[in-house]
Design a protein around this ligand. Structure first.
Ligand SMILES: [Zn+2]
Ligand SMILES: [Zn+2]
Length: 277
């Protein structure tokens, strides 16, 4: 049997499944996390909480505590990602808003394919939708662009076409940052800015804090050690909980579950920030 290197962190607060743009089902994700020694895992699919029940079932059997969470796309002059932890997946307003996102994501795939066509790149939107088990998103499109030989790599697909501000980027945010954070709070959760070191997201921190942001994702595979250290200082100064996670999507690319994360003590700190729902 293949030996699995233990994860440096037993609490990983950022991971995706096939319910959004990850490669593993919630079951396979939790199994992998368990094998790597992760004991607390937040399932943070984009704009959906659909995988939570399945992840919890497996988590119970494998000794992994599943934190009900999501990565919500919101708008604050540009698209930002806000992680919501400890949300009630059955909260009516949350369900209703996420259903809206789902409908919009399908439309967005068509919009992106139209923009690509204007750029001379022809991709069938129906093929993209068929390739996505969960919420269709830019990674599904990027994979097909690589497969079709339009770009050499996944990263090139984002750099040339799909990244924020690139010619075929269509935002998926349906809610303003203020409304998104309020929705997470209403559903009993706490709101954390995801990967603030990526594409200048940190520049919007003043506004987000004014909207009631609870935490800052300091440890993330896209942050180097100096950035992580600096962000922890920012979190401390602003009274935000410093969190972290692997942002795991697939084994072939990026970081493994538990490779970035937090000490379990941070969970208590996050949990304590919950508003009375
Ligand atoms: Zn993100
Ligand atoms: Zn993510």
């Amino acid at each position: 049997m293949k030996r699995v290197a233990p994860a440096p962190y037993t609490a990983d607060l950022h991971a995706h499944s096939t319910c959004s743009d990850g490669a593993l089902s919630p079951t396979a994700l939790v199994e992998l996390a368990a094998r790597r020694g992760v004991r607390h895992l937040a399932l943070t699919d984009h704009d959906t909480v659909q995988g939570i029940a399945e992840a919890r079932d497996v988590g119970r059997r494998r000794g992994v505590q599943i934190i009900a969470a999501l990565e919500l796309s919101v708008w604050e002059e540009r698209e930002l990602h806000v992680l919501g932890y400890y949300v009630d997946p059955d909260h009516p307003a949350l369900r209703e808003n996420l259903q809206d996102y789902r409908t919009a994501r399908t439309r967005r795939v068509h919009d992106i394919c139209e923009r690509l066509a204007e750029l001379g790149v022809h991709l069938d939107a129906e093929q993209v939708l068929a390739s996505a088990a969960g919420n269709p998103g830019r990674p599904h499109i990027a994979h097909l662009l690589v497969k079709g030989g339009h770009v050499r790599s996944f990263d090139e697909a984002f750099q040339r076409y799909l990244g924020n501000g690139k010619p075929a980027c269509v935002p998926s945010a349906r809610l303003s940052a203020a409304d998104g954070i309020a929705l997470i709070h209403a559903a009993g959760g706490v709101a954390v800015l995801a990967h603030p070191g990526v594409e200048g997201a940190e520049g919007h921190l003043d506004a987000l804090v004014a909207h009631g942001l609870d935490g800052l994702e300091c440890s993330h595979p896209a942050h180097d050690a100096a950035t992580t250290r600096r962000l922890r200082g920012v979190a401390e100064t602003r009274g935000l909980v410093a969190t972290g996670g692997s942002d795991f999507h697939r084994s072939e690319r990026g970081s493994a579950p538990g490779s970035h994360g937090v000490e379990p003590v941070i969970l208590a700190r996050l949990h304590a920030r919950r508003r009375a729902a």
